[in-house]
Design a protein around this ligand. Structure first.
Ligand SMILES: [Zn+2]
Length: 297
């Protein structure tokens, strides 16, 4: 029998951030990405800055909720603060995220249940604050990333889906909050050893991504944890609506390579949003009993 591996495409929607400030580009990127994901019969989670939610709410509201999830993305610098999420104590993070939730919900009409911090920036308060604010799942972590200037330190973080820990972002269990890490390859460190290779479309060409896709399919297939998942990413700052755009072509080739290599590995790819992965995990590993695979380890 084939092994199920969830595949979740994610797009961080942040075209309104001051460095880009191009909502029209953001909308073109979202429309192009959504059409590619829809045609491939995949699912995706869009992590949206409050500013982007305010700039094009009807585009976001009109997305097929059976295929696309709207989730929160926060860069505090875009909300009037001067540092990354991981620089702030719990009380300040609570205030920043609470304001962002309200702005997001007022724009698109729904309160987000999934969350990714900007730059995967976090500290040990981030998960408990995320749980307190009512989120059911998050994708804060990027295992292997070691970028203190972004307050984004994830060396030795779990690579698998897990319940977050109330006191330590690198441990698991204890919170009713499911963390779904971005898929990385910490064996392949880039940028002077500070950033692990990941499946962000814009990082490489498709040929380079194909090697990592092959590797992570084998890794996930052998994973002992109950839910196996691949989380790929991009940003709404590329011309995904243009058929000749290099990033669009890379995305299309990555999707084709994932399907082809899944067959090679005898894997069944399950299209999923972040929340769908979290729901599958909760069903497989009820929180009150603790993660079952840890017994005897
Ligand atoms: Zn971001």
């Amino acid at each position: 029998m084939k092994t199920d591996i969830h595949i979740c495409w994610t797009m961080d929607c942040e075209a309104t951030q001051r460095a880009i400030n191009d909502a029209a580009l953001g909308m073109r990127a979202v429309r192009g990405f959504v059409s590619v994901i829809s045609e491939a019969k995949l699912h995706a989670t869009l992590f949206v800055l409050p500013g982007d939610a305010v700039a094009y709410p009807s585009l976001l509201r009109d997305l097929d909720p059976g295929r696309f999830e709207l989730a929160l993305h926060v860069h505090p610098q875009e909300e009037g603060y001067d540092d990354f999420c991981g620089a702030y104590p719990a009380e300040m993070q609570r205030r920043i995220y609470d304001q962002a939730i309200k702005k997001f919900a007022d724009a698109v009409g729904v309160r987000p249940t999934a969350f990714r911090t900007g730059s995967c920036s976090a500290n040990d308060a981030t998960f408990p604050v995320t749980a307190e604010l009512g989120f059911e799942c998050c994708s804060h972590s990027m295992p292997g990333r070691n970028m203190t200037w972004l307050r984004s330190n994830w060396v030795s973080a779990p690579q698998h889906v897990h319940y977050a820990h109330p006191a330590n972002r690198l441990l698991e269990g204890g919170l009713d909050l499911v963390e779904v890490p971005i898929t990385t390859d910490p064996d392949s460190m880039l940028w002077s050893g500070s950033h692990p290779q990941d499946l962000r479309v814009e990082l490489f060409d498709a040929k380079n991504h194909r090697y990592m896709i092959d590797k992570v399919l084998a890794r996930e297939k052998a994973r002992p944890q109950p839910i196996k998942a691949i989380v790929a990413l991009t940003h709404n700052t590329f011309e995904y609506e243009n058929p000749s755009d290099f990033r669009r072509q890379t995305l299309l080739q990555m999707i084709a390579d994932l399907a082809e290599l899944a067959d090679k590995h005898h894997v069944n790819l399950v299209p999923a949003t972040l929340s769908e992965i979290a729901a599958a995990y909760r069903a497989a590993a009820p929180a009150q009993n603790g993660p079952p695979w840890r017994a005897g380890c």
